[in-house]
Design a protein. Structure first.
Ligand code: SAH
Length: 357
């Protein structure tokens, strides 16, 4: 066991088995050894690479999407642009640069970055030190006063929120927990079943079926939607995930771009779960907002004109043109990120259909 696993094992010894969600929170955010708290997770040297790190056009198009939605709503005053989990700050830097072509929106913006990780916040501050607009940081979404039209971007954020898992047994739904067994962390089932209200469209669970839910993600999306419905604005939630209801588990760990055991070395691997977009869209509607999508990332980016933008960039910089083209292919091809990744938008109840859907 590594030091964080040993500490988790001691906690389990003192206060009992941990739900998967509690394990995930410690593995990602433990202040000493958590994956996000203690290392540089993103990029060629990190555990994984993300769309804004692959192509500058990704952030540019998401920024311009916000400006278009703002205009469609009659340019409401004092808009706030929030990004959840901004990573290295690349998406926001690209978005703000592209928004120089929409100065009326850009110049009225306040930007807030929601980031739990101190090392990543430091990288974001460096990346955005010369931003054209005021940029603030918050540790959590809940710290932001919600008194303005809200434009919200989140790329690969929802997948990092802790999930709970329940397994169908003869006794009913039992929560999957983490225990210590023979000197290792291991999965087990809580003995007592929990009465769960499962929506009928998931179908009937077979014995052994796993239900994976993201209470934190659902609450957050409902809340974002409530603000957008009341104040105006729009949200784009981009992540890998699925749209069908049903059962199954997707919890995974990745270290240096390769899959690893979820429990083996907490803090050294990224742990995430596929986003249940049907559940997120339902949460958004519960919050009072109107949803668009989810659609495949490739379709969304093409509808926003990624190919034309790539051609122009390539023509201006022929040396980089092949790299630009291969980046776009990676983001849009169905066998790369184009289909697994989905985009869900939330806008106010009577707003125009947002671009890209
Ligand atoms: N959006 C970025 C980074 C994705 S990685 C990109 O596309 O490159 C996930 C990001 O969310 C990291 O910045 C991580 O530190 C942050 N994060 C994860 N869980 C969080 C939480 N509960 N609260 C705030 N930020 C969180």
């Amino acid at each position: 066991m590594n030091p964080l696993a040993r500490r988790i094992a001691r906690t389990i010894g003192m206060s009992g088995p941990l739900p998967v969600s509690a394990f995930m929170t410690l593995a990602l955010h433990d202040p000493q050894s958590g994956f996000y708290a203690s290392r540089e997770p993103i990029g060629a040297e990190g555990a994984f690479i993300t769309a804004p790190e692959i192509s500058q056009i990704f952030g540019e198009l998401l920024g311009l999407w916000c400006a278009q939605v703002w205009q469609d709503q009659g340019c409401p005053e004092n808009p706030r642009l929030v990004e959840l989990g901004p990573g290295r700050g690349t998406l926001m830097r690209d978005a703000l640069r592209a928004l120089r072509s929409a100065p009326a929106f850009l110049n009225s913006l306040e930007v807030v970055l929601v980031e739990a990780s101190k090392p990543l916040e430091a990288i974001q501050r460096a990346s955005l030190h010369d931003a054209d607009v005021p940029v603030h940081w918050a540790r959590q979404w809940g710290e932001i006063a919600q008194n303005r039209p809200l434009f919200l971007l989140a790329n690969e954020f929802l997948d990092a929120l802790p999930v709970r898992q329940f397994v169908m047994t003869e006794r009913g739904w039992c929560e999957r927990v983490v225990v210590e067994s023979r000197g290792e962390l291991a999965f087990a089932l809580a003995p007592l079943p929990v009465p769960l209200a499962i929506s009928a469209d998931r179908g009937a669970p077979d014995p052994g079926a796993v239900l994976e839910i993201s209470p934190a993600g659902e609450t957050l999306v409902e809340d974002v939607s409530r603000v957008i419905a009341a104040q105006g604005g729009g949200a784009l939630l981009v992540d890998y995930g699925h749209t069908g209801r049903g059962f199954g588990e997707t919890l995974q760990a990745v270290a240096r771009h390769l899959p690893v055991d979820v429990l083996a070395r907490p803090g050294e691997a990224d742990i995430s779960a596929h986003v249940d977009f049907a559940a997120m869209a339902e949460s958004a509607r519960r919050g009072g907002g109107q949803t668009a999508g989810p659609v495949a990332q490739g379709d969304f980016l093409r509808a926003l004109g990624i190919d034309i933008r790539a051609e122009r960039l390539g023509a201006a910089d022929p040396v980089r043109a092949p790299d630009i083209r291969s980046g776009i292919a990676r983001l849009t091809n169905p066998n790369e990120m184009g289909a697994l990744f989905k985009v869900l938008a939330v806008v106010p109840p009577h707003a125009l259909q947002p671009p890209g859907f």
